[in-house]
Write a protein that binds this ligand. Structure first.
Ligand code: IPD
Length: 281
């Protein structure tokens, strides 16, 4: 990652969110069009259940090409392997389809997630922090967006996290990784937590989970093993909506191995309950 020597222009985050939102919509419409024609597994990654469709790769290339034209000096990190060094101090972190299994099965909860990030060693586990981000769900036509200091919005309307409340009445989102060993750990945590909360939701898209928290439709979310492209845009949307994000213990930033997000007090309480597997990534 190339450090940025000069301070960023304060107007830049808002300019970048306009790019992120436009591209999220364009790519979202394209993957939805492809979904209507049909979809097949093109490859698998960490396990046979960690799938990639042809649309994932095509959508990431579409994003990478468009960003290279409008922001040629910026870097890129993409879920499907897209990578470019930054000379501007800005790196785009993109997930062309978050919720790929939903996409494969025709479940409408899949999203394009795009974040413009800057280097910040302490903010998140990957050493970057979002300054502008957009998440678009083409099937439900929902655009979530935020820029640093500008608040968070859903389809142009301001959103905020739910009021703090007790764990007993909290609706909590979570997700599961793709490997057997990770799922055994995650199942144990859910088994311990479920009796003490209102209920659990598993949407299949971590980016959307964070949007649900930011709009007060989930009280909090947690997951082990999320990657930067799963949370880069969503984390900014949550913080701009008044929420907080925590990681494992007091000193490890959110990301891998753990990310917990929601209203401030509830997030601290929830972290106590789900932070049980140490710093193992
Ligand atoms: C996955 C989704 C899922 C989460 C997984 C992610 P993908 O991303 O966000 O909700 O539980 O950890 O890997 O594979 O659909 O891009």
């Amino acid at each position: 990652m190339t450090a940025h020597a000069t301070p960023l222009d304060p107007a830049l985050p808002q300019q970048l969110v306009e790019i992120a939102s436009r591209l999220a919509r364009e790519v979202g419409m394209e993957i939805m069009r492809k979904r209507r024609i049909g979809v097949d597994v093109a490859a698998t990654k960490s396990s046979i259940n960690d799938v990639v469709t042809e649309a994932d790769g095509a959508a990431e290339r579409m994003l990478a090409d468009a960003l290279a034209i409008v922001r040629p000096e910026d870097g890129l990190v993409g879920e499907e392997g897209g990578s470019r060094e930054s000379t501007s101090g800005i790196t785009w972190v993109v997930d062309p389809i978050d919720g790929t299994v939903n996409y494969l099965y025709g479940i409408p909860l899949y999203a394009v997630s795009i974040a413009a990030t800057v280097a910040d060693e302490t903010a998140y586990a990957d050493g970057r922090r979002g300054i502008a981000g957009a998440i678009y769900l083409p099937e439900t036509d929902e655009l979530f967006e935020a820029w640093q200091g500008g608040g968070a919005r859903r389809n142009g309307e301001p959103i905020s996290v739910a009021d703090d409340g007790p764990l007993e009445t909290a609706l909590i989102g979570t997700g599961f990784g793709y490997t057997r060993s990770r799922r055994i750990e995650q199942a144990r945590v859910v088994a311990e937590l479920l009796p003490d909360i209102r209920d659990i939701r598993r949407t299949g898209s971590a980016a959307y989970d964070l949007c649900l928290v930011a709009s007060g439709r989930l009280n909090a979310v947690y997951e082990r093993g999320l990657k930067p492209w799963d949370y880069a845009a969503g984390a900014l949307i949550v913080t701009e909506a008044g929420g907080i994000l925590l990681g494992h213990g007091e000193d490890t930033p959110p990301g891998e191995p753990l990310l917990v997000a929601g209203s401030p007090e509830l997030t601290r309480t929830l972290r106590e309950r789900v932070d049980v597997f140490g710093d193992m990534v």
